[in-house]
Each structure stands twice: as C-alpha cells, then as structure tokens.
Design a protein around this ligand. Structure first.
Ligand SMILES: N[C@@H](CCC(=O)N[C@@H](CS)C(=O)NCC(=O)O)C(=O)O
Length: 278
C-alpha cells in the first residue's frame, strides 16, 4: 500500500493510503488513524463503515473521533463505501443510492455489478489482512458505522462474530429487505432471490441467528430517514425475540448528519474500548 497523505493529530497519525484491491478489482483509498500508543506496540482497531455518498474522508474530517481514540489507544480503520475508478459500474441515472458511494457492503452476484462490487469481502477479509500486516495493529477488532455503514457493520458482525468483539451503529438501515434503499440496492446487486437478500438484513439475521456480541445503536429522533428507511423498531423486536444484548438509544432532536455522530462518537469509542480491553 502507498502513502497518499499524512497529518499529525492528537499526538497520533491520520493517514491515507492507496492500494490495488484484489476483491474489488480496482485501486482503492482508505484512511487510518494511529493513536500515539501505536509507537510503542500493537493496538486494537475500530473499523468504521460510512454511509451513502461518503468516502473514507467524511468520518475522518467530520466525526471528531481522533481525540478520544488517541486517549484510549484505539486505531481507526476507515474504508471507502464502494469500488472506484473508470470502468466501475454506476447507477445509469447517477443516483446517490446505487453504484459509486453506495456499495452496501455486499458481494454482488448480478451483472454489471459483480465485476467490482464485493465490499463485504473487502471489509471482512482483504482490508484487515492488509492493515494488520503493514501497521502496528493487534488483530483485535470492533466495528461501527453510519446508515448504510451501520447496516454493513451489523451484518458483518452478526455473520462473523468471531472476528469482532463488539459492534455499534448510528442510524443503521436496520431492515433493508423492507425499505426503498434496500429494495433498490439488493435487487440490483443480488437479483430477485429474497433468500440472498436475507443474508444482508440485520433484523432477519438477528432473529434467525441471535447475537453473542454486545451491540450499541444510536438513532436520532429528528432523522428524516427514520420511518421510511431505517426502521430501528425491527431491530429492537428481533433483539427482544432472541434475547440479544442490544442497547438502542433514541436521541431526541438529532438528525441524520455528522453533527449527530460527533455528539455521540465518544460513547461508541468508550463502549468498544471497554470490550477491546484498552
Ligand atoms: N444526499 C442524500 C442523503 C445522503 C446522506 O444523508 N448521506 C449520509 C449517509 S446516509 C452522509 O453521511 N452524508 C455525508 C455527510 O454528511 O458528510 C439526500 O440528499 O437525500
């Protein structure tokens, strides 16, 4: 991987890298924050998955997570939200909720998407293997994300509980088989087979498999997408059904933006640090 940019931040390093991704079949950029403790030895990492329209830079520049991550000794690993570059398929109308910036953390099976759109494999396997080989990371992982990225974080953790110690989300798309964003993306990437969709639906996965990991979810009550797209009540019902350890906090007055994320990111970092033992 090649260094693109580096800045000192709260005694640590905010870094952007570029590499050739095997799973995505294209060149990708991602961001990492290494806390000052990484100068002395390997540190655990929180993987952060962003939402629709984002790159790795939205979280790095808007969430204000570095101060607390530096204090806790926690690295932040922040991938992009889709494959990129010339030749990568995009929504024919250029819509923001399919294609570039909208990979939904799935392995696409349908043409033309299946040539590059394998964000599930990228985030689960390729990126951790790369950064853990090249950077002072201990291999202990937690995962979090926002909106489409909250969906991605929960799906990855529910399907691979041995890979993460804890999972959290801000305003996740909780039941994508039952909302317009999910219908559009899942039918494009996976075709019309609903059994394939269910493998990427947090509420259905939780209901079917339960979850041994601690889960923290924050949801703004003034979020414009709450009722139509996000559906945290489906997640709550599934958690109650299987007796999963879900803390769901409804935050009055907060919307869908990074101002909401910045307001509660400290709680999420402390939650993960507790479970990561740092
Ligand atoms: N642009 C879309 C909404 C997209 C959106 O809200 N994206 C969220 C994630 S789902 C985000 O994080 N946007 C980037 C940012 O706020 O920095 C719209 O106009 O409806």
């Amino acid at each position: 991987m090649q260094l693109v940019q580096e800045q000192k931040c709260f005694g640590g390093r905010q870094i952007r890298y570029q590499h050739e991704s095997q799973s995505l079949n294209c060149s990708m950029q991602f961001s990492v924050f290494l806390p000052p403790q990484a100068e002395q030895g390997a540190v655990p990492a929180l993987y952060w998955l962003s939402g629709l329209t984002c790159t790795d830079e939205n979280f790095s520049s808007k969430a204000g997570a570095q101060r607390m991550a530096a204090e806790l000794g926690l690295a932040l690993v922040i991938p992009d939200t889709s494959p990129r570059g010339e030749g990568v398929a995009d929504d024919p109308q250029g819509a923001y909720d399919l294609g570039l910036g909208a990979g939904f953390y799935v392995n696409a099976t349908e043409a033309p998407w299946n040539k590059h759109y394998r964000m599930y494999d990228y985030v689960l396997n390729e990126l951790p293997a790369l950064v853990e080989a090249e950077l002072p990371l201990s291999g202990k992982r937690a995962i979090s994300g926002h909106s489409m990225g909250g969906h991605g974080a929960l799906v990855l953790a529910l399907r691979n509980p041995e890979r993460f110690v804890s999972v959290s989300a801000f305003a996740p798309i909780s039941n994508p088989t039952d909302c317009p964003w999910g219908h559009k993306a899942l039918s494009a990437y996976l075709g019309e087979d609903r059994a394939a969709w269910a493998e990427y639906d947090t509420s259905l996965l939780l209901k079917a498999k339960g979850c041994a990991l601690p889960m923290l979810v924050d949801q703004g009550e003034a979020d414009n997408f709450l009722a139509e797209q996000l559906k945290p009540q489906a997640l709550k019902a599934a958690a109650e059904h299987v007796g999963a350890e879900l803390t769901l906090r409804l935050q009055p007055g907060y919307d869908h933006s990074y101002y909401f994320i910045a307001s509660f990111i400290e709680d999420h970092l402390r939650f993960h640090a507790r479970h990561l033992g740092c």
